[in-house]
Design a protein around this ligand. Sequence first.
Ligand SMILES: Cc1ncc(COP(=O)(O)O)c(C=O)c1O
Length: 523
Amino acid sequence: MARRFASQVPFYEYDESQFFRTDGAPEDVVAARRAGFQRLSQMFAERFQKTAALTGEIAGGVSDLQFTSRYRVPFQFSSYVRQRFQAGSFLESSSGVTVTDLDGNRMYDLTGSYGVNVFGYDFYKECIDRGAERVRGLGPVLGAYHPVTAYNVRRLQQISGLDEVSFHMSGTEAVMQAVRLARYHTGRTHLVRFCGAYHGWWGDVQPGVGNPLAARETYTLKDMDRASLRVLRNRRDIACVLVNPLQALHPNVSAPGDSTLIDSGRNAHFDRAAYAAWLKELRAECSARGIVLIFDEVFVGFRLAPGGAQEYFDVRADMVTYGKTVAGGLPVGVLCGRARFMRRFREDRPADICFARGTFNSHPYVMGAMYEFLTRLETDAMRALYRDLDRTWNSRTQQLNDRLAAADLPVRVANLSSIWTIYYPAPSRYNWMFQYYLRAAGLALSWVGTGRLIFSLNYTDADFAEVADRILSAAREMHRDGWWWSEPKLTNRAIRRRVFKEMIQARWASTSPMGSISSPRIK
Ligand SMILES: Cc1ncc(COP(=O)(O)O)c(C=O)c1O
């Protein structure tokens, strides 16, 4: 459905005359927005000159850059913004909780490197350097294992509480292997995933928008919903259930990105007890039906607790995937599972195997950095980082929200431990502009903008206080520039209705013979 709908959405965009007034704001507000936009755009041009220039040189030849730069803001605003805010996609160095670009701008890092950066960049530099020294004698020899791998296997067994381990090159591949094995051992075809959950970009776990094919052996069910348990109870073709515990922050909603921020409908709230209770029900149902329960901890593993989401929510899975951070900053995917689900052959049917390979699996350098990562986790200093983790991040979130509320600013944050999302309590069409104000305040965000901020655990109170001050002053500036102008008639519903109307108009214009010679821009 979503894919079919997405294929019908027509392209149109706002020009100079429409850009600042799509919500019907009065002239003085439009003028304030225009002035603020020009000031910011000028600042970007001066401040990010070298970084933007090098990005511009290669952008035409790098598909990923073209994609991410296009989808930073809602498409109607995208090209106008792209031409005027070129911050660039290069960085020169990292240190502490900051990164520095080619122009020497030092920014607080809120990207968390897609979740890889749990303990701070210096920690990972050490893991990579020491790990490389440790395995240099063997170098890039593949097939046989470097001895550090033996320790890694043992530690991963302890951490996961599961019997066997397999190494892969990305989180996506670890998930692929988990599902393949579940199908092999249950003799059933279908996987269950929950609405909005990301499990990598393999076709079967990504039905809908983004995948040109329908995922025919996938059921997408409603998260935290009893009706989904009934489906597990009644169907006979379900091999496994995939859970991405990050969804606890926004059940049934995809990872929030600013490109879909057309109104202020984004919301998030984490209830640890409710999610733990849901996982327990899921566990019981899977056990009763012989369905393999897979926790996909590629994102949250090692971030919430030393034993990951299993420990944090006190629920055991049959298989667990890890990735991102676990190889000390190098690329990896790990699958841990119960022996009876991990076996790739049958004793009594020698030709009936479940195949999995990968040239770079267990690469010595990856194993070396993983060894450094896992040994460091055992130290008291690292264990101390997990102490009071939730209390620390919940109180930081609360303090910032209190300050935002006291200043009457329509910005709030919700968190799952150190993973944040910004949401906007008052209806607006321009919330996505906030990412540029934050960038101007020296805060580095990933391409999904304010949808996801990821803190590393080495943020001290002083670092955090500085970030909070900057978020506040960025919000004040955006407010002063009129972007959050509001009136009673401007509801989220009214905004969505207007955008829908524009789409119908644009679609009509692009298909009618009259429309084909007129401008596709909305009048
Ligand atoms: C929960 C989860 N599973 C799987 C993946 C895919 O991992 P990778 O990007 O290493 O393929 C991700 C990546 O963000 C993830 O968050």
